[in-house]
Design a protein around this ligand. Structure first.
Ligand code: C2E
Ligand code: CA
Ligand code: CA
Length: 258
């Protein structure tokens, strides 16, 4: 049964949201040597009646109903606490998805403050991921926010690269250090007659010219991985390496990773 608006809204506004939101972490791997670069934090909502609600459903809803301050606050708190318990966390990057169009600049600074002051996370290790669509919704304030936080030491990734309408102007005008290529371009890479490898090659050249590196999303097969390695793509994530997992699974995953 589709989730109705009232169920979502009541759930988001209930005091129990802090307990019900979970962060899962997906490893990001350097493709040249298979070593761990870091993790992307991805929210899940474990709703008492509805079960696991994926972020694609509840994040847009939370954005529409001005709930993103609270959701992002919970995300940041959980990531900080959980990362502190990983044995290897000091050496890895952590990527966080943010929605600048639904969070005013000052709100985001307030939320990021504990991250910047807490010694557990060096701000150079924090990559803030923003989608092209989010920038398009509010280009002026998103731009101001990115420039300000970049000056404070955070890095930025342009997420879902290639799916929006403004990819190249964003690259020209904003200080992105990373491009995340959407999985729709990656998943057919090894199919016969696919033109996606031409696109990926071009994206890699453009990113390189702007001094940014490329992370390929949605790597599911060894063939796709081999293609990306032969094109010198910098890093990647996908089910081939690991699905997003709860914080409690991270140490044992890391222990068995080469
Ligand atoms: P995204 O940022 O593009 O995240 C990547 C999505 O691809 C994740 O879906 C991940 O589980 C999925 N994925 C990773 N590897 C593979 C693969 O090999 N194959 C396939 N088919 N999928 C793969 P997820 O976790 O459902 O998140 C969906 C979207 O929700 C994210 O897309 C992001 O835009 C949004 N999101 C998640 N957490 C947050 C958050 O804390 N804040 C905000 N603002 N948005 C979030
Ligand atoms: Ca992302
Ligand atoms: Ca993405």
């Amino acid at each position: 049964m589709p989730l109705d608006t009232r169920t979502l809204l009541n759930g988001l506004r209930s005091g129990a949201l802090r307990d019900q939101l979970e962060v899962h972490y997906q490893p990001i791997i350097y493709l040249r040597n298979g070593k761990l670069m870091g993790y992307e934090a991805l929210l899940r909502w474990d709703h008492p009646e509805e079960g696991m609600i994926p972020p694609d459903i509840f994040i847009p809803f939370a954005e529409q109903h001005q709930m993103m301050f609270e959701v992002t606050q919970i995300l940041f708190e959980k990531v900080l606490n959980e990362q502190a318990h990983w044995n290897h966390s000091r050496r890895t990057m952590i990527s966080l998805n943010i929605s600048p169009s639904s969070l005013p600049e000052d709100d985001l600074s307030t939320l990021l403050n504990p991250l910047t002051t807490d010694l557990i996370i060096n701000r150079k290790q924090v990559i803030l991921e923003i989608t092209e669509t989010a920038i398009l919704e509010n280009p002026v304030s998103s731009g101001a926010l990115i420039h300000r936080l970049k000056a404070e030491g955070f890095s930025f990734a342009l997420d879902d690269f290639g799916t929006g309408y403004s990819s190249l102007t964003n690259l020209r005008d904003l200080p992105f250090s990373e491009l995340k290529v959407d999985k729709s371009f990656i998943q057919n890479l090894d199919a016969q007659r696919s033109n996606d490898h031409i696109l990926i090659d071009a994206i890699l050249s453009i990113a390189y010219a702007f001094g940014a590196f490329v992370v390929a999303e949605g790597i599911e097969t060894k063939e796709t991985l081999a293609q990306l390695q032969s094109m010198n793509c910098y890093a990647g994530q996908g089910y081939l390496f690991a699905k997003p997992m709860p914080a409690t699974a991270i140490d044992s995953w890391h222990a068995q990773w080469p």
